[in-house]
Design a protein around this ligand. Structure first.
Ligand SMILES: [Cu+2]
Length: 178
């Protein structure tokens, strides 16, 4: 009896931990460009910006550039770099587009390059999906969608990052001084 209930509890726990993976890791392609696991995350009410994260693979023999895009939740789309200076995270728009060298993969993730949806028209809620486009100089316009992960998520849903320690100093909006 004890065993059975323990097993039931374990099964329930396994089910709970399996849920984040249900936010499926999607892949989108156009020409030589493949975009893997786009995601964004929930925002506090009143937030004016949200970050977009994904991996861009250039399977071609020539460099391409991510030069713009759109989203259904904000009028402006920017690609930013982020670096730590004097212990403060600073973001800046990437001038001239983000280069994706031939045969290489460029990762947009919290703490580094990222997409920024500027002038957010409404908060993003965990579990919904935001659609948008990415515009590449060579490959053209690609329609993608971003599942919305929980507020404060640091790694791509489905990438197995659940066990990471989430430091208390990572604010969801603290570094965004736009
Ligand atoms: Cu930014």
């Amino acid at each position: 009896m004890k065993n059975a209930s323990l097993r039931a509890a374990l099964a329930a726990a396994a089910f709970t931990f399996a849920l984040p993976a249900a936010v499926s890791a999607e892949t989108f392609s156009i020409g030589d460009i493949t975009v893997e696991t786009p995601w964004t995350r929930a925002t506090p009410g009143g937030a004016k910006v949200a970050g977009g994260y994904l991996r861009i693979v250039n399977n071609g023999s020539e460099a391409d550039r991510l030069i713009g895009g759109t989203s259904e939740v904000a009028p402006r789309f920017e690609v930013h770099s982020m670096e730590m200076r004097d212990g403060v995270a600073r973001m800046a728009p990437v001038e001239g587009g983000l280069e994706i060298p031939a045969g290489e993969t460029v990762e947009l993730a919290p703490g580094g390059y990222h997409i920024m949806f500027m002038g957010l028209e409404r908060p993003l809620s965990e579990g919904e999906t935001v659609s948008g486009t990415l515009v590449f100089q060579r490959a053209g316009t690609l329609e993608i969608s971003y599942p919305v992960a929980a507020m404060g998520t640091r790694t791509a849903p489905g990438d197995g990052g659940h066990s990471h320690h989430h430091g208390g100093t990572h604010g969801t909006t603290g570094g965004h001084k736009h």
